[in-house]
Ligand binder design. Structure first.
Ligand SMILES: [Fe+2]
Ligand SMILES: [Fe+2]
Length: 329
C-alpha cells in the first residue's frame, strides 16, 4: 500500500458530505472511498466508517477491504464487530476477516480465532488464512537472517496489494505451483501461496493454470481470489475463462463479482460489451460490480490517472502494472 497523503480537513468534509448525500450513486461513492483510503488521519478513517452504513453490501465489502489495505489498527474494533455479525453479508464478513489479517496486530488474533469454525465456510477459511498469514510473517521476522532472506525472495511481487498470504518461493517450478493450486487435499494456505506465485510469474501457462481452478476447485473463496489475481495480471488470455464465470448464474456472487472487476481491468472491447450486458444481472452484487467496473474503465480510458473523487486527489498508489491499486479481493 502506498503511503497516505495529508489533505485539508475541508477536503475530507467535502468527501463525507458527498458520501452521505442520497443522490450520490454507487460509482461516485466508490470514487469517494478510493480518495479517502489514500488520505492520512482520523477524519478520513471516520469518514470511511460511515460507508459501512451503506445499504449496498458490495459497497460495505469494499469499505472493509480498504480498511485492511490501509493497515490502520484503529479499524480493528469495527472489523471485529462486522466479522461477528451473522446478519451481515458473508462477502462483507469475509473482507473484515481478511482486513484483520492484513492489519495483523496482536489484537487481531482473538477475533480471527473465534471464527475459525464459522458456519459460513468462506468466513471460516478467510479467518484460517488470516491467522496463518500473521503467524507466517511473525515467524519470518523472528527467524535467522538466512530465513529472512529466503522469505524476502518468496514475497517479491510487482503488485502493491497487501495479499492474504505470502507467495510461494519464486524458484518453485510452474507445474508444481499449478498442481498445488488445483489439489483439493492441499491446505488452502498452500494453495493461496501457489496462486500468488503464479500471478507473480505471469505468462500464458500461469494464466491457464489459474483458470483451471474454476472448473476443479470447490472453494468459492479460492475461486474469488483467482478471479482477483487474473484482474491484477490484466492478461487478455483470461477473457474466455472470466466470461464463463460471470455468465454462470449458479456460481457464488462473490466469485462472479471478482470476475466482473477483472474483466474491467483487462478492459478489452469484448469485456466492455459483456459488462454492459451483466449490469442488468438479477443478482445485485453482480450487477453493481459491472456498473462500477464500467465506471472505472471509462475513467481510465478518459486518461484519468487515479480512480478517485477529484475533490480528494488521493495517494498516488500504483499496483506496478501501470494501473492504480485495484478494487477489493
Ligand atoms: Fe471484492
Ligand atoms: Fe475477497
Amino acid at each position: 500500500m502506498a503511503a497516505l497523503v495529508e489533505r485539508d480537513a475541508a477536503v475530507v468534509e467535502g468527501l463525507l458530505a458527498k458520501l452521505r448525500d442520497p443522490d450520490t450513486d454507487l460509482p461516485a461513492k466508490y470514487r469517494i472511498l478510493f480518495s479517502l483510503r489514500g488520505i492520512a488521519g482520523r477524519e478520513a478513517h471516520a469518514a470511511m466508517l460511515e460507508g459501512l452504513k451503506d445499504p449496498s453490501a458490495l459497497f460495505r465489502h469494499e469499505v472493509a477491504y480498504c480498511l485492511g489495505q490501509r493497515q490502520d489498527p484503529a479499524a480493528v474494533a469495527t472489523l471485529r464487530t462486522i466479522l461477528k455479525d451473522e446478519r451481515e453479508h458473508p462477502m462483507v464478513r469475509h473482507e473484515a476477516g481478511e482486513a484483520l489479517g492484513a492489519i495483523g496486530t496482536e489484537e487481531c488474533l482473538q477475533p480471527l480465532r473465534e471464527h475459525l469454525q464459522d458456519p459460513c465456510q468462506e468466513v471460516a477459511h478467510t479467518c484460517q488464512l488470516a491467522l496463518q498469514r500473521i503467524e507466517h510473517f511473525a515467524a519470518a521476522a523472528a527467524a535467522a537472517q538466512a530465513a529472512a532472506e529466503a522469505d524476502a525472495n518468496a514475497t517479491e511481487s510487482r503488485y502493491y496489494s497487501v495479499d492474504p498470504t505470502p507467495a510461494a518461493p519464486a524458484s518453485t517450478p510452474l507445474p508444481q505451483l499449478a498442481s498445488s493450486l488445483l489439489d483439493e487435499e492441499e491446505p488452502i494456505f498452500q494453495r493461496y501461496r501457489a496462486m500468488f506465485a503464479l500471478r507473480n510469474r505471469g505468462g500464458s501457462e500461469a494464466v491457464q493454470a489459474l483458470g483451471s481452478s474454476f472448473t476443479s476447485a470447490r472453494s468459492a473463496l479460492l475461486k474469488h481470489e483467482v478471479a482477483y489475481v487474473l484482474g491484477q495480471m490484466q492478461d487478455a488470455l483470461a477473457f474466455a475463462t472470466l466470461k464463463r464465470v460471470l455468465e454462470d448464474a449458479n456460481e457464488n456472487p462473490m466469485v462472479r463479482h471478482e470476475a466482473a472487476e477483472a474483466l474491467g481491468s483487462i478492459a478489452a472491447p469484448e469485456c466492455i460489451t459483456l459488462l454492459k450486458q451483466y449490469a442488468a444481472d438479477p443478482e445485485p452484487i453482480v450487477a453493481d460490480s459491472c456498473v462500477v467496473a464500467l465506471d472505472m474503465l471509462e475513467f481510465e480510458q478518459s486518461g484519468g490517472f487515479q480512480y478517485a473523487d477529484d475533490g480528494g486527489a488521493a495517494a498516488l498508489a500504483s499496483d506496478g502494472a501501470g494501473k492504480e491499486v485495484s478494487a477489493s479481493a
